[in-house]
Design a protein around this ligand. Sequence first.
Ligand SMILES: Nc1ncnc2c1ncn2[C@@H]1O[C@H](COP(=O)(O)OP(=O)(O)OP(=O)(O)O)[C@@H](O)[C@H]1O
Length: 801
Amino acid sequence: MKRPHAAPKPAHPTHKRQKLEKPSAPAKPPAPRRKIRLDDLSWKAVSMPDRLEDFEGFYGLEEIDDVEVVREGATLSFGTRKSEEQLEREREEGRKREEDEKRRFEEMKDRQGEVDLDVGVEDEAVESEWEGFSDGQGDEEDAVGDGEAGVEEEPKPMSKKEKKKQKEKEIKERKENQKKEKAAKKEAADPKPANQAKDSKDQEQQKSNEKQAIGNGAFDLLADKSEDEDEGDVDVSAWEDLGLSKQTLASLARLKFSEPTTIQSLAVPEVLAGRDVIGKASTGSGKTLAFGIPILESYLKSPPNAKNHTPIALIISPTRELAHQLAAHLTALCADGDFKAPSIATVTGGLAVQKQRRQLEHADVIIGTPGRLWEVISSGQGLLASIKKIRFLVVDEADRLLSQGSYKELGEILKILDHDDNTEEGVEPDPAAEVQRQTLVFSATFHKGLQQKLAGKGPKGGGDLMNKQESMEYLLKKLNFREEKPKFIDANPTSQMATGLKEGLIECAGTEKDLFLYSLLLYHPKKRALIFTNSVSAVRRVTPYLQHLDLPALPLHSGMIQKARLRSIERFTQRPGSILVATDVAARGLDIPGVELIVHYHLPRAADTYVHRSGRTARGSASGASILICAPEEVAGVRRLVAKVHARNEAAPGKRKSAYFIRTLDIDRRIVARLKPRAVLAKRIADATIAKEKTHSEDNWMREAAEELGVDYDSESFEKEAKGRKGRGAGRKKKEKEASRLTKGEMGALRAELKGLLGQRVNVGVSERYLTSGGIDVEALMRGEGNLEFLGDAGALGFED
Ligand SMILES: Nc1ncnc2c1ncn2[C@@H]1O[C@H](COP(=O)(O)OP(=O)(O)OP(=O)(O)O)[C@@H](O)[C@H]1O
């Protein structure tokens, strides 16, 4: 019997299909389907992120489209209508794309050191004639002129510091070898039964996956801390009041977490006492361990029964990246203890579902995104029954998860968890009577827009932040708490924002945002920066625009395949000074060390988004800056939004009752004007490349659709037909068409011109003194120090401490 298969999914909206009816060429029969071996198809091999290995295909994804699957009895065969040449062409294109991308990032990495402004010693600049600054090859020439390049230096004798480093390295290596030997001996003395060995292999893989998925992020940071364990654990007596086990205390000592953060010291005892908890604390304040520690305690107290295994906790996260990060964080907490670490399974979209199902069978802690969790749980396979027995349900970033979009699937998960199989059909179960688990809900914000959305009133109010009572009422309605009154803990009642955060805005014409973004980044060389946009297409446009300007930009948006998303985060985490251009998929929860600058290229649509985006910097005790780029007509709205976020400050006892006023950074327009030619060129090249790709894929789609319909497709006559039809976006389309028509030669000329400009010094006129005084520090700017000419009179900023 043949399996009915759906018609190939159109890559473009269906209205485009209808336009195809126009051409009246004679019908051509579709190409015959021929059987093909899976290996002979044009698989688009997707390379692993740099530091990810292919764990039995867990991350090693490959893509294929236009394949027809035919079932004949118990055997499956595969068919394609593509010719061998077409398949070979596609294979070749895939290989090329992969190589191009690799090369581009390698080049960018190399160029990263060259984008700094040409800054010398302030005194020198005062004495000598100012030549402006360069962010290109001019620097290299100078270095050669100074005799600093091209000469192979004699090896210098090691300094004390270097010797110490070398010694530390040796000790570390020795310890690692000892560990390996110990493990090998243990294994030899105590061989595990085959299935147990497999479980632990899965666990190892999982750990390794998490570690590598996050790169040098939270996990590596934590892992490094745990490796240092023998070099003196920290004193953790500050945790003792929380009543933790000695194993957990030892883990915290290994992580060098000498004291609990406020949310941890307030929430952990309540959870340990069996309470349902709603925890609110500012971004980067350690909420993960506020629920992670009690979960570990519960696991240690009563580890799951190996025979009748059920998971302990289900943790739900709004994004895939955050889910992986949570897993990494908890894995680090449990690593290297004198107990068998709980098995943690991550269940997110974009990765192989079969593998995830297999890991779920042994998982003690399940972390996932609602969509994939729902898919996996609802697909039967006996998982539901065991998941129903969880001791903890954690809803991280709760306001986001309970808001429009995600809630449907989360709602289904909650329903299915509470469904009593013994309840008779048609009889409403009494969920409150059944719930055994503790529900833990965490976020840095709870906002009103969410309540209104769910009540079906639409997003009125632009996301005002909810007060305690409103949050409680709302959450009680949505979540099936065990207690009638869960414990509400607000660790930062007077402030929504991290203490080390400085905020400012830059005003510019809406059409000049790209230029001002470039100028801003140029003045913060080698700062790890995160740029937020409101759309996938903006990420697709801004990223190459910055790359053409020799800035090491990486994209992150939900339209990317999961592996590419992980790769972008990994590179961003690994490479100091890199720039991540992202949608709000990166706004919540991501804990990437060393992010110093947040730029809102598009304004956040709601107050909570502003809080979370800005919360990617100034985490823990670190500092950072959050800068909004606004068109003049946006300024008033932005001021209101930011003031709203700070409004709680006003209510705090003893605080002045004046509205928070975000300051304008008055960027020096003369310098920006001098940067304009290069920005314009880079934008032109980026736009042309995108337009070409778009036209190419549209053309391909048209051709394939025409083939399916059995008509001839001639792009030129089709275009003629379309001419004269003027609708929405006609001007943009015309521009795109023009851009896509640039020849290879013209593109090459534009690139050469841009390269020339990037190699030139930019004369900054009267600002020379400051521009030669060293890297420009946004912190200093905001304190009123530093590059005053560039950012106007910073003394007027008057940032509060
Ligand atoms: N007690 C502690 N002492 C020192 N560092 C800690 C402690 N607890 C957690 N951290 C570290 O603080 C960082 C932020 O923690 P976490 O990601 O849990 O913050 P969060 O409150 O969940 O932030 P967000 O709201 O942005 O999701 C992590 O790198 C974590 O390792």
